[in-house]
Design a binder for this molecule. Structure first.
Ligand code: ZN
Length: 161
């Protein structure tokens, strides 16, 4: 595997059946990590249609993890009723560190990106314009271009423990 892409599902605090098909792992509202339908290795070859489609234009070699949350979110001033919670985000960051070690990856931008960052990197892909993850409900002062580094710092902390 080459990298991990971090998402929010845009759903509620428990994963839907669609979420289970589109992400390899999900962190629910209690911070429980739930396995999706596909294994990360299914994304080594995306030609056969049997893979987790989570990151248009960048699915091959990419592990997808999502926070189950953010249904109804439009912007920092219109967040809806399912903001992602610290407990589930920390669980995702910790699990991300576990996966980095398992697949001999590093807590760098090369290996850990948000879907939003992929969209900026690949402006002609269907990942362009994605807003996950551009806002941290419990750290609202971070702007959209600071969130990725904040997350990588968190993942690095778990990785080095
Ligand atoms: Zn996404």
């Amino acid at each position: 595997m080459k990298r991990i892409i971090l998402h929010w599902s845009g759903g509620k605090y428990t994963p839907s059946s669609v979420d289970i098909e589109h992400y390899h792992f999900l962190s629910d509202g209690n911070g429980q990590i739930i396995k999706g339908k596909y294994n990360p290795e299914d994304n080594l070859n995306c030609q056969d249609g049997k893979y987790a489609a989570h990151c248009g234009g960048y699915n091959t070699g990419s592990i997808g993890i999502a926070l189950c949350a953010m249904y109804g979110y439009k912007s920092p001033t219109s967040q809806g009723n399912y903001p992602f919670l610290r407990v589930q985000a920390e669980a995702m960051f910790a699990y991300c560190a576990t996966l980095l070690k398992k697949y001999q990856l590093t807590p760098t931008k090369q290996c850990v990106m948000t879907h939003y960052e992929v969209g900026k990197m690949l402006p002609n892909s269907t990942s362009a314009g994605k807003i996950d993850i551009t806002f941290i409900p419990y750290e609202p002062k971070l702007n959209k271009d600071e969130v990725g580094d904040y997350i990588r710092n968190k993942v690095r902390w778990y990785y080095e423990r």
